[in-house]
Design a protein around this ligand. Structure first.
Ligand SMILES: [Zn+2]
Length: 386
């Protein structure tokens, strides 16, 4: 039998492994692993097996056995809050705060967590008190953001303006769009009270802070129209096209109505046709269609729908076409057209919604602030067919 020379290479390797093994103190490894409670590993195991409930129980046991695991307290508290178990989160953070030996930084951190628990639970007064206490601490930036959220929820727009102002000064995040909205909210309250001077002042302020604030121009136009200055209102509303063409759909009805009141509806319709050519939109077309139907009759409305269908095919335009055709069609064809129209209508109702670009929330009406995620200006004013 021939001797395999490569075996010679294996001897030094075995020697090196033996030398290494002698230097690793197995006992030390075992002792160290014993200092971490078994429940910790059980918890991790449950997490890996996607059993979060059992994992939580295991981690709670760790916290009971070893109260020094402060970070685990935060993690568990945040987890409870996220799952909607606010009572447990509150208890966890309150227990932590009761410890006399707690370091100052941990005390502030636990307080910030508790404030978030209160906020999630809707206990706004308590949350406000906690975050106000944190304003003089290193947690001030975070506290200010939560305070702003509280003021918005409470609809305390004056305080919201102040908090946003502070945030704007202290952080790199510009807040001017939000501050403009808060001023518009204040103007809305003024208008309800009939204080038009104050409403004007708040809207002017909104525009001086954020020139692109379409909402302020919409409301300024409303104020002017309300005071009988229709010409002025039309001019103000038309400024919105340069700010954000998409937002024109929000005022186009009022605009046409004021043209009509001034006995200049034809001028208004021509302007709207121009706008629709510059910025195609389902809602602009629908407004124009109804105005044409009302002032020039079904034949003109039918032609308009046909033209639109050719330029921008949509179920919306198809529905309008069927509607106009139904009026002009001879008696014996009406049933067929009516059936087709109903079918298209039920389809269109499901398709056209306003969308939040931030969280995807869908709604039948337009919102300046998303009711689901709380973002301002996240809704596209144009409805789209999906
Ligand atoms: Zn949203």
């Amino acid at each position: 039998m021939e001797f395999e020379y490569w075996w010679l290479l294996a001897f030094p390797l075995f020697f090196a492994l033996g030398w290494l093994a002698a230097r690793i103190d197995i006992r030390q490894v075992v002792t160290e692993s014993r200092t971490v409670p078994n429940s910790y590993f059980r918890g991790l195991n449950f997490l890996l097996n996607e059993q979060p409930d059992k994992a939580l129980d295991a981690f709670l046991e760790v916290v009971k056995l070893d109260p020094e695991t402060i970070d685990l307290h935060y993690t568990l508290g945040a987890l409870f809050r996220k799952r909607g178990e606010i009572d447990r989160a509150i208890r966890m953070h309150e227990n932590l705060l009761e410890r006399e030996t707690l370091a100052e930084e941990d005390r502030l951190k636990a307080l910030a967590e508790l404030g978030q628990d209160y906020l999630k639970a809707g206990l706004l007064d308590r949350a406000e008190a906690v975050f106000t206490r944190l304003l003089e601490t290193p947690f001030a930036g975070q506290a200010r953001r939560f305070l702003l959220e509280i003021y918005v929820q409470e609809k305390d727009w004056q305080k919201a303006v102040q908090a946003a102002d502070e945030l704007d000064k202290q952080s790199a995040q510009p807040m001017n769009a939000e501050i403009a909205h808060f001023n518009c909210e204040l103007a809305t309250l003024d208008m309800v009270k009939g204080d038009t001077d104050s409403a004007h002042a708040h809207l002017d302020k909104a525009l001086s802070i954020h020139r692109q604030c379409t909402r302020a121009n919409i409301m300024l136009g409303d104020l002017q129209a309300g005071a009988g200055d229709r010409e002025g209102a039309i001019a103000t509303w038309r400024l919105i096209e340069a700010q954000s063409p998409g937002h024109m759909v929000l005022v186009v009805d009022r605009l046409l109505d004021n043209f009509k009141q001034l006995n200049r509806l034809d001028e208004g319709l021509d302007w709207l046709k121009g706008l629709l050519t510059r910025h195609p939109s389902l809602d602009l077309f629908t407004t124009l269609y109804h105005a044409v139907m009302q002032s020039q009759g079904a034949e003109a409305a039918y032609q308009l729908a046909r033209e639109e269908l050719r330029r921008n095919p949509s179920f919306h335009a198809l529905e309008r076409l069927a509607e106009a055709e139904l009026i002009t069609a001879p008696e014996d064809r009406r049933e067929v057209i009516q059936n087709a129209k109903s079918l298209i209508q039920s389809h269109v109702q499901r398709l056209t919604r306003y969308h939040c670009a931030s969280c995807g929330f869908k709604a039948k009406q337009f919102f300046w602030r998303c009711p689901a995620c709380g973002r301002w200006d996240s809704f596209d004013p144009a409805r789209h067919e999906e």
